[in-house]
Design a protein around this ligand. Structure first.
Ligand code: GLN
Length: 552
């Protein structure tokens, strides 16, 4: 029978519950246990797919096409646990199911209520992951204890221990222990209050993970233990990380969290093996090289809007022993200041996915800069579409080329709506979503990067390259290097006359891991390293020529 871990959070949001849950999953996996992870989000949207990245950060897409919370990205990067749409529930999705049942008459005669109907639906969502082949289900409850909308989830996980036995459940609460400079000490009161709220609901946490800026003193830990009714050894410090989020599991191991979980849940586990992870961290901490890559987007100010893209760049850096400095560039700034100024000194350009008109001109300018200056470029989804528009306008000489997403009546719709999208009226969950196969052209840069002619990548789009322009583009030097197996949908384009200019309709960032960098990101960083060396050599030659001239 599977055991259950429930992760809740207190005091403030953004404490890193998702990361911590992912790290716990990873440690248990590394102890030979089969883990599943799941996130509950208390908001009313059925999924985050219709939300603006400023509201929510990145929308993370799974193989099955589910549009999910970005914490699922952490789960995938840290563990090998399979993820599906059953791994992310919102209040909206729970209520939708209940209301559909009510309309079918499944509750006939009854009043439908939060307790028991909503809580039953939540418990069913937890239970469905606890199949025979699973040892531990980790369920993370989004939001902060004390939020009104989170109450049904907390009530459900409280009831869950009664249903399956307390010995099969573990409650882990993530909290903040702030350090007050003026007082010169760490404060435990917010944690006490937060745990008090949990206990009022009937949940006694078994383990407290305390986010701190400074080491947690023994005295403070003992105080927290006493006031919160937990064992002193179950008060675990999780200090802010200096180099990387991938340090989190190691610091939890240093505080014996894996042993504590194994003991408290009576799990049969093998000794921990994370030597590869430790080696990977060494490469993060002591890189041999450095490159600067500009990410040109329109949600740059939100630090989670392109989360998986930033992570995938880091992963490529880890694989190549390189520190990837990410220059986050607001596309509108390129429009206003010009690419020469904003992109000076960079070694590579990446234009990520996105929607809508704002920032489009800046992205196109950045791509033009990359194309003309022979700077390595990776375009992702809208990034591909922008590359197509740029090429159409500046190389094929179709000045009014555009995407019909931006201008429905443009003369040259080089990017247009996918056929299957033309009759869609509802916007939620109706894009071309999830994993699709793609066939690559032998010898292309994409093929060289992947080392395979058939690849599977995740998608999230409504628009595509307009096939009517394929021949014209080819005649001007653009290669369609990847298509759907039937050849109809353009999935990858690249330039023949450029060191590394590749754009993809898919989102490769969702399949990159710190221990397994994605081939396209790796190839971009590799090409950027070459570009940097070339620039250094050119600068050296220029200096030598200048001093020779001065000498003469
Ligand atoms: N807006 C574009 C489309 O729908 C690109 C989407 C994306 O970049 N994810 O096709």
């Amino acid at each position: 029978m599977a055991k259950h871990i429930f992760v809740t959070g207190g005091v403030v949001s953004s404490l890193g519950k998702g990361l911590t849950s992912a790290a716990i999953g990873m440690l248990l996996e590394r102890r030979g246990l089969r883990v599943r992870l799941q996130k509950f989000d208390p908001y009313l949207n059925v999924d985050p797919g219709t939300m603006n990245p400023y509201q929510h950060g990145e929308v993370y897409v799974l193989d099955d096409g589910a549009e999910t919370d970005l914490d699922l990205g952490h789960y995938e990067r840290f563990t090998n646990a399979p993820l599906s749409r059953e791994c992310n529930y919102t209040t909206g999705k729970i209520y939708q199911a209940i209301i559909e049942k009510e309309r079918r008459g499944e509750y006939l005669g009854k009043t439908v209520q939060v307790i028991p109907h909503v809580t039953d639906e939540i418990k069913a969502a937890i239970r469905q992951l606890a199949t025979d082949d699973v040892d531990v289900v980790i369920s993370e409850i989004g939001g902060t204890v004390g939020d009104i909308e989170g109450l049904p989830f907390l009530e459900a996980i409280r009831q869950f221990a009664l249903d399956v036995g307390k010995q099969n459940c573990l409650y882990i609460h993530l909290t903040l222990v702030p350090y007050l400079k003026a007082a010169g000490e760490a404060k435990t009161k917010p944690t006490q209050h937060s745990v008090e709220r949990l206990r009022q609901i009937g949940i006694q946490p078994d383990i407290l993970i305390c986010r701190t800026e400074r080491p947690l003193g023994q005295e403070e830990a003992a105080k927290i233990a006493l006031f919160c009714n937990v064992e002193p050894r179950a008060v675990i410090e999780e200090r802010d990380k200096e180099f990387s989020i991938y340090e989190v599991p190691l610091s939890l191991v240093d505080h014996h969290l894996d042993e504590l979980i194994v003991e408290k849940l009576h799990l049969r586990a093998k000794p921990l093996d994370i030597s590869d992870w430790r080696q990977m961290l060494q490469r993060i901490i002591h890189p041999a090289h450095e490159v600067t890559i500009a990410v040109v987007g329109k949600y740059i100010r939100h630090h989670d809007a392109y989360k998986s893209v930033y992570e995938a760049l880091d992963h490529a850096g880890i694989a190549l022993n390189t520190r990837v400095v990410i220059r986050k560039v607001e596309a509108e700034e390129v429009e206003q200041e010009g690419a020469d100024k904003v992109l000076s000194g960079i070694d590579g350009v990446l234009v990520p996915g996105g929607f809508g008109y704002r920032g489009l001109a800046g992205k196109i300018e950045a791509i033009r800069f990359a194309r003309e200056r022979q700077v390595p470029f990776l375009g992702i989804c809208l990034g591909l579409q922008c590359a197509v528009i740029e090429f159409a306008r500046n190389v094929v000489h179709l000045p009014d080329a555009n995407s019909t997403e931006m201008d429905a009546n443009c003369r040259h719709p080089v990017v247009c709506l996918l056929d299957e999208q033309s009759n869609i009226t509802h916007l939620g969950g109706t894009m071309r979503l999830g994993s699709y196969p793609c066939v690559l052209v032998a010898g292309s840069k994409a093929h060289q990067a992947y080392g395979s002619l058939l690849v599977h990548e995740r998608h999230r789009h409504r628009y595509e390259f307009n096939n009517q322009y394929r021949q014209q583009f080819a005649a001007h030097g653009m290669l369609v290097s990847g298509t759907s197996p039937d050849g109809r949908l353009v999935e990858v384009i690249e330039l023949r006359d450029h060191p590394w200019f590749v754009a993809v309709q898919c989102h490769p960032e969702f399949q990159s891991k710190p221990t397994k960098a994605h081939p396209l990101f790796r190839a971009l960083v590799q090409a950027s390293l070459v570009k940097r060396e070339q620039k250094k050599a050119e600068a050296g030659r220029a200096r030598a020529a200048a001093s020779a001239a001065a000498g003469a």
